[in-house]
Design a binder for this molecule. Sequence first.
Ligand SMILES: [Zn+2]
Length: 236
Amino acid sequence: MGLAALFFPKHCMICEHIIEHRSSHLCVSCASSLYLSTYEYNRIHPMHLQFAPQVVLEVAYSPFINSPYAAQLIQVLHALKYKKQLFAAKVLCALASPQLSAFFERHNFDIIVPVPSHFLKKIKRGYNPAEVLAHEIAKEQGIALGAKLLSQPKRKAIQALNNKHQRTNIQPGTFRAKISQKQKKLHILLIDDVCTTGATMAACYWALKKQGVEKVSFLSLFFTPLEYEVKATRDP
Ligand SMILES: [Zn+2]
């Protein structure tokens, strides 16, 4: 153990035990307990199935699945979402690296577009977690980032629907797309940090489609299946 590690020990961001490798943010035990969904290219991801048939995505994928057994995952997600620990995006992308690489090898995306947040929310928080993630993934995969293609001029107002597939809906006009003639031909990969009902993703999808975008896919770092809905991670 080096002197720095002796005097300034580094703690695991989940269990807070001291970790030996200063380059890591998680201890070996916590890192190995995070549940990753394997990338099976010949099967449709459950998240994709949940959106169909309302939204016709080219492909949808999420490397981390939230479940009642994944409390550690929620802690890392909260570090990114609420504790201004932006490095959590790097930690999560590194953990899901084999799955993400397989996903990006299999599909061709032209541009990565983060799900935007309302500017007041972004000012209050200081950043948009989806944008931090999109930035990290775009850099890792060598794909262009289009952080200004979508914006959220209105605050989200959620309407409850009596529909067992999609129980919430976001008011039309909440998201706005600014797409050039040339960009309509691009395959856009929308990126968000968490997806539960898919209502936010669907609202962004329709904003892009309204502008004539031909191909839209979706990647969410976390997916909470409706049957495992965890209040703390709920995002519309
Ligand atoms: Zn730990």
